[in-house]
Design a protein around this ligand. Structure first.
Ligand SMILES: Nc1ncnc2c1ncn2[C@@H]1O[C@H](COP(=O)(O)OP(=O)(O)O)[C@@H](O)[C@H]1O
Ligand SMILES: Cc1cn([C@H]2C[C@H](O)[C@@H](COP(=O)(O)O)O2)c(=O)[nH]c1=O
Length: 216
């Protein structure tokens, strides 16, 4: 039975890499897929992994009917066996409904990849709809790690290395950005709750306030 599968995890846990691997393995067996993405860091119509691989994709722009798009391509004689969607958190809920219809009415697997929650720990609307509709939700096996060594479960947005909790839900960006830029860092829940990034933890460790008092 074809399935709608949601592969989820924090930023930087290997989702795009897995998306590329699934596409590669299927095309090596003669299957033909369509890859959708939205707002990839590498630019419009690209699916990129931090391991350096990048492939062309269809930009799932707001308002694009994904079901209609596939039907159109198939009615032009193209064979489509499966669908991959990266950065699925950015899709509108209606577009996720269209993906479910692709599985049910066009009988093909849809593999969606994305982060579940934003920098304020709130679900992205696209991810919420995927959790509601997916046949299966898979958590990625390569765990990203918090600076403390615990498993990272949350995404923090940083400015100058410090965690921020105000701002637009969508700001395309990356981990390991220079300190002065808006960036992201994955944290365990404990340190996300305390707004303690690696930079602020380091600063606190060398702050005179927390240095042991030396006897004169
Ligand atoms: N230089 C490197 N050597 C080995 N693995 C790397 C390197 N750089 C990144 N990675 C791996 O790639 C992962 C990020 O992959 P990516 O598919 O871009 O993540 P996501 O799409 O989940 O944000 C990292 O968690 C790490 O496991
Ligand atoms: C937490 C969070 C992330 N984003 C953006 C930042 C990146 O462009 C993508 C995630 O990509 P990845 O391949 O999973 O690293 O999402 C955002 O816009 N808002 C957020 O709150």
């Amino acid at each position: 039975m074809p399935e709608l599968v949601f592969f989820s995890g924090t930023m930087d846990c290997g989702k795009s890499t897995l998306a590329l691997q699934i596409g590669h393995n299927r095309s090596a067996r003669g299957l033909q897929g369509i890859i959708f993405t939205r707002d990839d860091r590498a630019g419009e119509g690209k699916l990129s992994s931090r391991l350096g691989l990048v492939t062309d994709a269809v930009e799932a722009a707001p308002g694009l009917d994904l079901y209609g798009y596939l039907v159109e391509r198939m009615s032009q004689g193209e064979r489509v066996d499966y669908v991959i969607v990266d950065e699925a958190q950015f899709l509108a809920p209606e577009q996720i409904d269209q993906l479910a219809r692709v599985v049910d009415d066009l009988d093909m697997d849809v593999f969606a990849f994305g982060i579940t929650t934003d920098f304020r720990t709130k679900l992205f609307p696209g991810s919420q709809r995927l959790i509601e509709l997916a046949d299966r939700i898979e958590t990625l096996q390569v765990e990203a790690m918090c600076w403390c060594g615990a498993r990272a479960t949350h995404n923090a947005r940083t400015v100058g290395g410090a965690m921020v909790v105000e701002g637009e839900q969508v700001v395309v960006g990356d981990v390991d950005r220079p300190a002065e830029e808006v960036g992201y860092e994955v944290l365990c829940r404990r340190h996300h709750r305390r707004h303690l990034t690696s930079a602020t933890a380091r600063a606190a460790a060398v702050s005179p306030d927390v240095l042991p008092v030396t006897q004169p």
